[in-house]
Design a protein around this ligand. Structure first.
Ligand SMILES: [Zn+2]
Length: 123
């Protein structure tokens, strides 16, 4: 699977993962982001105030636009919004599982777990 297709598929994965995930899964995702990007509890606190992964990640990326951590650990494009952020993570995670950098591997695995769980949810 090439990078572009993996990125586009990442949008599908993100949509599924966030659509039906439990609050506990979302909290796990937020905590992992907080730790992997060295945010010192910032994201966890934002999520506690407003338990909405999309809004919290979008606000973080906007606030931290000056910070190069996301660009360095994921990609420059990942800084755009939560959709591109998770799609870029999925693209790298799904095309280079063993070589993927630590935040990408950990977040990718959480997205995969959330998406697999969404497959068995009865609607
Ligand atoms: Zn995209």
């Amino acid at each position: 699977m090439n990078g572009l297709i993996a990125h586009e598929y990442g949008h599908h994965v993100t949509y599924r993962a966030l659509r039906v995930s439990t609050l506990a899964d979302q909290r796990t995702l937020i905590r992992a982001l907080d730790e992997e990007f060295g945010l010192g509890g910032y994201l966890v606190a934002q999520f506690r105030r407003n338990p909405d992964v999309k809004a919290v990640v979008d606000a973080w990326l906007a606030d931290w636009a000056h910070n190069t951590t996301v660009a360095r650990r994921v990609s420059r494009y990942a800084m755009k919004n939560h959709q591109e952020f998770f799609a870029e993570i999925w693209a790298e995670y799904s095309t280079s599982t063993f070589m993927a950098r630590s935040p990408v591997r950990r977040i990718g695995e959480i997205l995969r777990t959330m998406t697999e769980r969404s497959d068995v949810v009865v609607r």
